[in-house]
Design a binder for this molecule. Structure first.
Ligand code: ASP
Length: 470
């Protein structure tokens, strides 16, 4: 039976000591070894731990994907020898590292708990001891039997947080971290309570690491007055960039002016993946909800839903490291890998090549979707235009049915109608098919979409989007 926890020290405030022993005013430097860290806290020697130290120890501002890889390798090399792992890390970029590790460590069945502190362990009133002791206890499953938290997580102050949902929220406060879009995995007061239902399931597959990371990516945050040409200049000067996380307003809105949209189209035309996340701390991107994000959709931007910036950039780096297929990366960005986002977003696109009165397409239902998990199913038809330029408007009917007839089930077929007048033809048609799609998802393998118009039209582009919970 494995009884030890491996503490991996990468650096940061937690393990700093004073340059002059006994002089609390002397500058801080990284401790040389575990003995130096723990010497004023003999309680730390009561735990069954081994210690591994990175050389050099770094301020986490100097963190780099190579160091993420190295942390993953150290965990992998020692995986079979320990009950769990504690990673000591500077607080500044801990959320990036925990996000990156969550994608790199595959099929985890042991805890990997990152922690740090706002004040060094050696200082009076430090938060480090509580953080470190509790992290060791969680990593060692000491209080709860084996395999309680098979996730990369952060323990800080009194909460256990999912590593790819966490953000550093405060530069000095001891409640330094939180997961704005996900509840805590556990709380540590007088009792340590782990919320089992919120924790990822243990995989039956063998643990391995996947450390191919593409670092030719950028984050761009928009603000009123940002000049589109500045953005374009970045991409003209750096044609090797492969991915962008675009931080937009609210539900994913950005300027609608042509110059900005043209720059987005330019970036898309270069085969660069652009992921839209919100600048808001809480909430999610809903592409297409307002015109201000519908134009981004048309320019090839994909939704980052409720990903944190840290999870968005590391997920993008991870997926770009795995695949050179831009469309595949775009699809996978919108599907949950390991609890980093609340919803999965699947798009099924169709382009009807001829002008016609009718248009039909079929798409396979991904196995991962279940009716109960379905949150929304929406069809979006964009750019409809009648051949006869004189008609006053167009009536369109949209019908959904499964690939097999479903006996004894009502509502497995649904039909909706919409009228577009000449003036409103430029606007997208958006219709929900929630109820029917729920039924079809549970009973069929594929969905047929049949569209009919009362005159010959160019159907533009049609997208059926499904949002489902993990
Ligand atoms: N600058 C330090 C770091 O991130 C801050 C800390 O550890 O709290 O390494």
């Amino acid at each position: 039976m494995l009884d030890k926890v491996l503490i991996i020290n990468t650096g940061g405030t937690i393990g700093m000591v004073h340059t002059e022993e006994g002089n609390p005013l002397s500058p801080l430097r990284p401790a040389e070894n575990w003995h130096e860290i723990a010497k004023e806290h003999p309680i730390l020697n009561n735990f069954s731990t081994d210690y591994y130290q990175f050389t050099p120890l770094i301020d986490s501002s100097d963190m780099h994907p190579d160091t993420w890889r190295r942390i993953a390798e150290v965990i992998s090399e020692n995986y079979d020898l320990y009950r769990g792992f504690v990673v000591l890390h500077g607080t500044d970029t801990m959320a990036y590292t925990s996000s990156a590790l969550s994608f790199m460590l595959k099929n985890l069945d042991k805890p990997v708990v990152l922690t740090g502190s706002q004040v060094p362990l050696q200082k009076p009133r430090s938060d480090a001891l509580q953080n470190l002791v509790t992290a060791i206890q969680i990593a060692g499953n000491e209080l709860y039997g084996a395999r309680v938290v098979p996730e990369v997580c952060i323990f800080f102050r009194d909460t256990l947080l999912r590593g790819n949902r966490v953000r550093k929220m405060d530069a000095t406060n001891y409640f330094g971290f939180s997961t704005p879009n996900y509840p805590t995995l556990g709380e540590a007061g007088g009792d340590l309570r782990i919320r089992r239902k919120r924790i990822q399931p243990v995989s039956d597959e063998k643990f391995y690491i996947d450390t191919n990371i593409e670092d030719r990516v950028v984050i761009i945050e928009i603000f009123p007055g940002l000049k589109p040409e500045y953005i374009k200049n970045i991409f003209e000067a750096n044609p090797d960039i492969r991915g962008v996380v675009l931080k937009t307003y609210g539900n994913g809105n950005a300027p609608t002016n042509d110059e900005f949209i043209e720059v987005m189209e330019y970036i898309n035309s270069k085969g660069i993946v652009v992921v839209n996340i919100t600048q808001c701390t809480t909430g999610t991107v809903k592409m297409g909800l307002y015109e201000a994000s519908a134009r981004l959709l048309d320019a090839g931007v994909v939704s980052g839903l409720d990903l944190t910036p840290e999870a968005a950039i590391t997920k993008l780096m991870y997926l770009l490291g795995k695949s050179r297929d831009v469309e595949e990366v775009k699809k996978l960005m919108q599907i949950d890998i390991c609890g980093e986002q609340t919803l999965n977003h699947y798009d099924f696109e169709h382009k009807h090549e001829r002008e016609d009165e009718e248009c039909m397409f079929t798409f396979d239902i991904p196995e991962a979707i279940a009716g109960d998990d379905l949150v929304e199913a929406v069809i979006r038809i964009k750019g409809v235009s009648p051949m006869d330029k004189e008609v006053a408007g167009v009536n369109i009917s949209i019908e959904l049915e499964g690939d097999i007839p479903v006996e004894n089930l009502k509502n497995f077929r649904s039909r909706k109608e919409v009228r577009k007048t000449r003036d409103s033809l430029g606007e997208d048609i958006l219709l929900s098919f929630n109820h029917c799609t729920k039924k079809l998802v549970d009973n069929c393998k594929a969905i047929k979409v049949r569209l009919k118009a009362d005159t010959r039209i160019d159907w533009g582009s049609i997208t059926f989007s499904i949002y489902s919970e993990n």
